[in-house]
Design a protein around this ligand. Structure first.
Ligand SMILES: Cc1ncc(COP(=O)(O)O)c(C=O)c1O
Length: 366
């Protein structure tokens, strides 16, 4: 039992430190710089831990995150989200006010022109297979946008950037390794095409956690931007990217209703604590989370503040989950769960030795 009012977000610091060390070692071994995505943790203390382990800077997904980290002294940030003209002035204000190098990502020719004179560093965002945002590297349009950026009229062209989010659709490390190799070869091939066309490409930035966990070789790539690895989650366990013991955040909840003879009980963590991410339906029956230490128990449904945890039979619950009992829930998607809380309760140690050592703020602003 933790002396913490629930629902609460727990950060298991021993696990997180191990994850950060492991990814830093992997990047070194693969010969690439690391620019972890801070969207997962939105926390200055966790960002510092990543920098202490050699990260060259951070990636962020909103200008609010950019501002929080820049004001906290992080001086090299990439906003890896498609830039549009209406956000250029805000990005410039952050860079000017803090002195941080702010790198933005663009996949649109009109926006590339609008960035002229901004002084910002700019990546060309490339679609390497996720088919979400980014230029098609085989298209004439991709060359046009790159050529516009390469004129460097009052901006700095950093290079090309992609995100292999399709690595989440895999079922094993072997499959994720194939996605990672596809991402690498598309990006290295595109960089060559640009160089042949006279466009200098300094940096080639890739990354997702499943791809980074599985990739064998990153020749031609200069940096990687995994984010989720710092905490992992139930999805990552189910697609074979990590073990349950690697999951670094949980939602601490309390049993608030358990009727005699019922094969389910209710906790005070629902969609507002766990999100409604359905998890990886391609590898497991749908559930909204699982119970740490009791993997057979999953969160069957969530409503706004209720989570319903179901067992196969009343006997399977074995009298363990009376009202008032605390349970730790492993969320389906840590990146969506974290911003539902204002702070982390930072836990040191495991088992009976686990204790709350600190509280860290989640910069959850929009
Ligand atoms: C552009 C971009 N880069 C990097 C990442 C990090 O991916 P992951 O959280 O799988 O490590 C994301 C995650 O959504 C992203 O959108």
């Amino acid at each position: 039992m933790y002396d913490v009012e629930t629902p609460a977000l727990l950060l298991h610091l021993d696990v997180v430190e191990r994850n950060v060390e492991h990814m830093a070692a992997r990047a070194r071994q693969l010969g690439v710089a690391l620019r972890p995505h801070a969207k997962t943790h939105k926390c200055v203390e966790v960002g510092r831990l990543q920098l202490d382990h050699g990260a060259r800077g951070l990636t962020v997904s909103t200008l609010v995150e950019a501002e929080v980290f820049a004001r906290a002294g992080f001086n090299d940030l990439t906003w890896a989200f498609p830039m549009d003209p209406s956000h250029i002035a805000h990005a410039c204000r952050i860079a000017e006010a803090t002195g941080a190098t702010l790198r933005v990502a663009v996949d649109d020719e009109h926006t590339a022109r609008a960035l002229v004179g901004s002084g910002l560093h700019v990546w060309l965002k490339v679609d390497s297979g996720l088919h979400r945002a980014g230029v098609d590297p085989a298209s004439p349009y991709a060359l046009n946008v790159a050529a516009e950026l390469a004129k460097e009229r009052g901006l700095v062209f950093d290079g090309i950037l992609t995100h292999s989010g399709h690595a989440y659709r895999t079922t094993s490390k072997a499959e994720a390794a194939q996605v990672a190799e596809q991402e690498r070869s598309v990006m290295v091939g595109f960089a060559e095409r640009l160089r042949d066309a006279g466009v200098p490409v300094q940096e080639v930035s890739v990354g997702s956690t499943p791809a980074m966990a599985a990739v064998q070789d990153l020749a031609g790539v200069t940096e990687a931007r995994p984010g989720n690895y710092v905490f992992y989650d139930r999805t990552m366990v189910l697609i074979g990217c990590c073990e349950t013991a690697d999951v670094g955040v949980t939602v601490l909840a309390t049993v608030v209703s358990h009727q005699p003879g019922a094969s389910h009980f209710v906790v005070n963590a629902g969609a507002l604590e766990l999100s409604k991410d359905p998890g990886p339906a391609h590898v497991a029956p749908q559930a909204m989370g699982s119970v740490r230490g009791a993997p057979e128990l999953t969160v069957a449904t969530v409503s706004q503040e209720h989570g319903v945890i179901r067992a196969e039979s009343p006997a399977a619950l074995d009298g363990r989950f009376g009202v008032g009992t605390q349970v730790e829930i492993i969320p389906n998607h840590s990146c969506l769960t974290v911003p539902l809380f204002d702070e982390y309760h930072v836990i040191r140690g495991t088992g009976d030795g686990a204790r709350v050592a600190d509280r860290w703020k989640v910069a959850r602003g929009r």
